[in-house]
Every structure is written in C-alpha cells, then in structure tokens.
Design a binder for this molecule. Sequence first.
Ligand code: 2AM
Length: 187
Amino acid sequence: MLRLFWAIELPQDLRKKLGKVREKIKFKSAKWVEQENIHLTLKFLGSTPEEKVEEIRSEVEKICRNHQPFQISLSTFGAFPSNKKARVLWFGVAQGADKAICLAKDIEKAMAKLGFEEERKPYHPHITLARLKFLEQIDEERLKLLAQNFEGSQVEVKEITLFQSQLTPKGPIYTPLSRIALKQGLG
Ligand code: 2AM
C-alpha cells in the first residue's frame, strides 16, 4: 500500500522563506514542516493499493484537461481550529483560492468515484507550516507583521503532483510519483 496525496508544489525560494518563519515565532509545542516538505494539499488519499495508481492518475489527467494554469498569491497566517486554540499554523491563499478550490473539488469527486472517502469538511486551501502538540494561542499581531514579508509572493500553478508520503521516525518523506500539467492555452 502507498500513502498518497495530491498537492501543488511551491517554488524553492518561497519554501525557503516560509521555512524561516520558524525562526521568527515561538511555540512551545510546534513540530515545524521541513522546508522541502512545504506544499499546498489538494486531496489526501491515504493508504492506496499500488495497482490503483494508474487509474487515479488517468482520472486526474482528465480533470487537468479542464483546468487552465493559474496564479496564487499568499494572504495571511491562520490557525486551525482557531487563533486562540491553535493546533495547526498555516499560510492562506488569497488570489487564486477559487481556482484551487474548484480543482480540489473536481479531484475530490473523481477520487470518490474510485472509492476514496469524501472529505467531510469543506476544502480550505492552506499551506501547513507547523503542527502543535498542545493547543496554543497564536500571536496574531506578530504573524500579521510576518505576513507583510510575503506580500506580492505569487506562485504559477502549471501542474499538480501526486506525492507518496512515507512516515519515518525522523518525519515524513514526500516523494513525487507523478506530475500532471494543467491545460495549456485557451482551446
Ligand atoms: P495538512 O497540511 O492540512 O496537515 C500530507 O500528509 C498532506 O496531506 C498534509 O499536507 C495534510 O494536510 C494532508 N492531509 C489531509 N488529510 C490528512 C489525513 N487524514 N492524514 C494525513 N494527512 C492529511
């Protein structure tokens, strides 16, 4: 079985910048996402038989033919379930969030047809930066200031990636298994 998820990869310079956030904000119980692992998830598939990969790929290829490349820009930091009781610290998507949601919804539907469990919560495009072991309050003012460093950061989304996630004691290893281009041009 392979543990899989679909995601948007982020350019290295942006990952590097996001990776540095950990130096600028303190949490007692944070497990920060390693710089090379920072990404934007579209759909988590979980444990998947290897022989299903080709079918998954081909269904998502069909979807990508109906979605043109788009741009995303980053907005502000936020936390799940709330800023007062944070469990996950993330960076949100401003421009292009609608396109990412639309793409994620199509993938969700196609994957549901293949038997993958549908997400109960609505999809909220976010880039996870840290997971907290305990609920902690986040310093909103500090994060607002930090977010200013990312004003104007844009990502061209031209393709999406099927990742394999291997959980190890040192943390997860994400390996790209397949990249699928979004439809080029207007036709
Ligand atoms: P997250 O960023 O919100 O934590 C790989 O684990 C990616 O799949 C993560 O980015 C994670 O999202 C996402 N994911 C979604 N649902 C998950 C689940 N039930 N278990 C593990 N990862 C999940």
